[in-house]
Ligand binder design. Structure first.
Ligand SMILES: Cc1cc2nc3c(=O)[nH]c(=O)nc-3n(C[C@H](O)[C@H](O)[C@H](O)COP(=O)(O)OP(=O)(O)OC[C@H]3O[C@@H](n4cnc5c(N)ncnc54)[C@H](O)[C@@H]3O)c2cc1C
Length: 407
């Protein structure tokens, strides 16, 4: 017998669990199909500005929180070149287990099945998912939350996709790699690099003190096509640390990070809906997504519940259309385009220009830069902020922003 639900959700990552929790809250019957059990710990650690979680009433889900948050955009020489920019804004890391538990608690009436979806097809007015096990599941609509590598979601081909890549170590060090109690969003100081390396794609250090003598240090490439390899990033991380007289004494955990930053938006007429990485929801200029998942899931779930209730005979393709309209509103599409444009400009900058760009970016009023990074500024305000940034930037950065320096 075929299992039937209002909504079939693929995946058990943060996107799937966010949207399932909201759909259940709307009283919908949901079946979730994922390649593993839903309480299997997620492999990544997720960071977020604390205020984003506070505005959602979820600040208790932070496992770590830093008030001493800084970046370095100097050249690493002299007093000025090593001076930090202080963000005066708290940053945190999710307590992964608490986030997962709190979402799963809200998903309690969901039928979680350990299945790998292999095929999705329209059958009459419904959709069927055929799984590797041979089992078939049917629903009024399917939401693919299986991540950015989804094999089901169609999107236009805009050429090579830029990827964020990072290599990180949680460990113990011969001396603190960052100040005690400090979080470093971006350390772009390049004084450890050779002349040849300065002409290669720029990378920065993302680092934090976990307390108890344990630190996390990660060499990160904001976005690059093709992506920087893990071995290059590891080499750069060790070189950076060694230049500062820091040796790695114990590796507790290694993180290899690779995900697309400017994945084109999905084709929004397709009869399968998506959420999260599969729906290109990663912020193209920052790489963050979890805050957006928590903010955008309730409206999508409400919209789908209304559509399903209003028209009990509505077919899957029409329900998916409703969902796409709610998820990617014209305003959000326009904002996404602006961010993609911004990222494409940043990717053309050399390391000096990039440092200059970011040191000006963080001179914007805090509400402006944080709203830009969280994607919470309404379109007109976002345009004004981008204009302000242009006006406060030196001429060379302005020329880079408009593409005048491109070879
Ligand atoms: C290392 C790393 C660090 C990151 N750090 C941050 C951060 O600090 N802050 C932030 O906001 N964002 C961060 N991101 C970006 C983004 O938030 C993550 O990529 C996030 O995990 C995406 O969530 P997702 O649920 O869409 O996909 P995933 O987490 O990839 O989950 C996909 C799920 O789908 C399942 N699945 C896949 N295929 C199938 C199938 N055919 N059938 C059934 N199930 C399937 C998988 O088993 C998994 O459960 C990071 C990404 C990476 C890779």
């Amino acid at each position: 017998m075929v299992n039937f639900s209002d909504v079939l959700v693929l995946g058990a990552g943060p996107s799937a669990q966010c949207i399932v929790a909201e759909l259940v809250e709307q009283g919908l019957v949901v079946t979730a199909l994922a390649s593993h059990v839903p309480d299997k710990p997620w492999p990544n650690t997720y960071g977020i500005w604390a205020e984003e979680l506070e505005s959602l009433g979820m600040a208790s889900l932070l496992g770590h929180r830093w008030t001493n948050t800084v970046s370095f955009f100097g050249d690493g020489q002299g007093e000025e070149g090593v001076a930090p920019i202080k963000h005066h804004f708290d940053y945190g890391l999710f307590d992964q287990e608490a986030l997962q538990k709190s979402l799963l608690l809200r998903c309690k009436d969901t039928n979680w099945c350990v299945e790998t979806a292999e095929k999705i097809e329209l059958v009459g007015s419904n959709t069927e998912v055929v799984c590797r096990s041979g089992k078939t599941y049917r629903g009024r609509v399917v939401i693919d939350a299986s991540g950015h590598r989804s094999i089901f979601i169609k999107r236009p081909d805009h050429g090579p996709v830029a990827q964020q890549a990072a290599y990180g170590v949680v460990g113990r060090f011969s001396s603190p790699p960052v100040e005690k109690g400090q979080f470093v969003l971006m350390d772009f100081r390049p004084d450890h690099l050779s002349k040849a390396e300065l002409n290669e794609p720029p990378t920065f250090l993302y680092a934090m003190d976990f307390g108890g003598g344990v630190f996390f240090v990660e060499e990160t490439s904001l976005a690059c096509t093709p992506p920087l390899s893990s071995s290059i990033l590891k080499e750069r991380l060790y070189k950076r640390l060694s230049h500062r007289g820091v040796e790695v004494e114990e590796v507790i955990h290694e993180e290899n990070c690779l995900f697309p930053m400017n994945l084109p938006l999905p084709i929004r007429t397709q009869p399968v809906l998506a959420f999260g990485g599969a729906a290109s929801m990663v912020h193209p200029a920052s790489g963050y997504m979890v805050g957006a998942l928590l903010r955008r899931a309730p409206a999508l779930a409400r919209h789908l519940a209304n559509a399903l209730a209003k028209e009990p005979a509505m077919d899957s393709a029409s329900i998916a259309q409703e969902g796409w309209k709610a998820l990617w509103t014209p305003e959000l599409v326009q904002r996404h385009r602006l961010y993609q444009f911004g990222l494409s400009r940043l990717m053309s900058f050399d390391e000096t220009l990039l440092r200059c760009f970011f040191s000006n970016f963080f001179k914007l009023p805090r509400e402006d830069w944080s709203g830009f990074l969280a994607n919470t500024l309404p379109l007109p305000r976002l345009l004004i902020v981008m204009m302000k940034l242009f006006l406060i930037s030196p001429w060379r950065v302005r020329l880079g922003m408009v593409g005048f320096l491109d070879s």
